[in-house]
Design a binder for this molecule. Structure first.
Ligand code: PLP
Length: 424
């Protein structure tokens, strides 16, 4: 009999994987709370929340109940010309959490499509208004997903080089730092002043895939104020930062200037079901209302507003309404704070940064990029052997655990990192 791994290798094409050189995947047989269990009986703390999606731990009974109940009520139905109570409930509850002007919720299936829809909304918004504006400003290092529009506004590089010729033109500003703030804002203002810009897209406060790079509320507020001044529509891609990751429900809750559109996924369903939301302002939505069908947003997916996914997203919000969730989030923020101070004692540790439940740092080396990839592999192996699943991004080690993590579990992660750093 062939093993599961052999069968996997025979038929499965995994994401972001060079199958010619990849080591065998780990067979996970169970996920519960913060733990993942493999086929050999080992257990691992899910310190990166399974691609940053999990909010309340795996196998949460309240989420499970929502899935079963919804399946018994309506499993899946078409969403054009038809509606259902869980989509309406989710839309109402989402809008209630957002600034007043964000009122219209469009459903899709994942983070990339939530962003794709946001981009299409903005392009068509200007088109419907009879204005030829299609340029976007984005930030270097951005990751907004792997569909074509989302790739176009993301960092160009080896991840998407084969497709580059097909991307639409985008202008970029560098990642902000104390020394380049004025220059970047000056450049953004010059570009916006051309009046050719349709939109600005950012991962607000934290760039996830670039290595959990963080920048200030002040910079973001100044950039978005400029966008407002020149009538440039703003998209906050909160696919990663949403649902408590930054210590508040959304990154926009830290900011004074609010976006015209927000893209949500990942933590939206507690990390359990595939769902994306694009929430737009009343003003954007109004530009699509006309007698002509062609002015409508002619976009949709077979699984739009899947009732089970919507029910799970509502159950996720129930859990966010429990004070215990926020106490846990606050505790992780405090532990991260204290751990940051401890990390600062290591000479090899640089750029320690924390935003809410996310803590990241870099391991410094003068030995170049190949050494960084060695660090990545060595760190991964070290953490796995300590029963912790952390996927470093190059030389960046980061943790963003499920919110149900207990202090002793957090300490286990902390001790493992300290042991790794103490190694010669
Ligand atoms: C900020 C951001 N936007 C979009 C995406 C794409 O989401 P998905 O992988 O669900 O398509 C990601 C995924 O990591 C992300 O971090």
């Amino acid at each position: 009999m062939r093993s599961l791994i052999e069968k996997d290798k025979a038929h499965i094409w995994h994401p972001f994987t060079q199958h010619h050189t990849a080591i065998d995947p780990i067979e996970i047989v169970k996920a519960e709370g913060v733990y993942l269990f493999d086929a050999q009986g080992n257990k691992y703390i899910d310190a990166n929340s399974s691609w940053w999606v999990n909010t309340h731990g795996h196998g949460h009974p309240h989420i499970g109940e929502a899935i079963v109940n919804q399946f018994k009520t309506i499993d899946h139905i078409v969403f054009a010309g038809v509606t259902h109570s869980k989509a309406v409930e989710l839309a109402e509850r989402t809008v209630a959490l957002l600034p007043e002007h964000l009122t219209k919720v469009f459903f899709s299936d994942n983070g990339s499509t939530a962003v794709e829809v946001a981009l299409k909304m903005i392009v068509q918004y200007w088109f419907n208004k009879g204005e030829n504006k299609t340029r976007f400003l984005a930030m270097h290092g951005a990751y907004h997903g792997d569909t074509f529009g989302a790739m176009s506004v993301g960092q160009r590089g080896y991840f998407n080089a084969p497709f580059e010729g097909l991307f639409f033109d985008v202008d970029y500003i560098d990642f902000p730092s104390k020394s380049n703030t004025e220059q970047l804002l000056g450049r953004a203002e010059d570009l916006f002043a051309s009046r050719e810009f349709a939109g600005l897209i950012v991962e607000p406060l934290v760039q996830g895939a670039a290595g959990m790079r963080m920048y200030s509320v002040d910079f973001l507020d100044r950039l978005t104020s400029l966008a407002k001044k020149y009538d440039v529509r703003i998209i906050f891609d909160e696919v990663m930062t949403g649902y408590g990751r930054t210590g508040k429900m959304f990154s926009l809750d830290h900011c004074s200037v609010k976006p015209d559109i927000i893209a949500l996924s990942k933590g939206l369903t507690a990390g359990v079901m595939a769902l994306g939301l694009t929430v737009a302002s009343e003003e954007i939505y109004a530009a699509f209302l006309a007698d002509e069908t062609t002015k409508a947003l002619l976009h949709g997916h077979s699984f739009t507003a899947n009732p089970i996914a919507c029910a799970v997203a509502c159950a996720n919000l129930d859990l966010f309404e429990q004070p215990l969730t926020w106490t846990s989030i606050d505790s992780i923020c405090e532990w991260n704070n204290a751990f940051s101070e401890e990390l600062a004692n290591f000479d090899c540790v640089v750029n320690i940064r924390q935003q809410g439940t996310i803590l990241a740092f870099e391991i410094q080396s003068e030995k170049g990029n190949s050494y960084f990839s060695q660090i990545k592999e060595k760190a991964y192996e070290h953490f796995m052997s300590d029963g912790i699943l952390i996927r470093p991004l190059g030389n960046v080690i980061f943790i963003n655990p499920p919110y149900c993590i207990k202090q002793e579990e957090y300490q286990k992660i902390q001790n493992s990192i300290l042991r790794f750093l103490a190694k010669p």
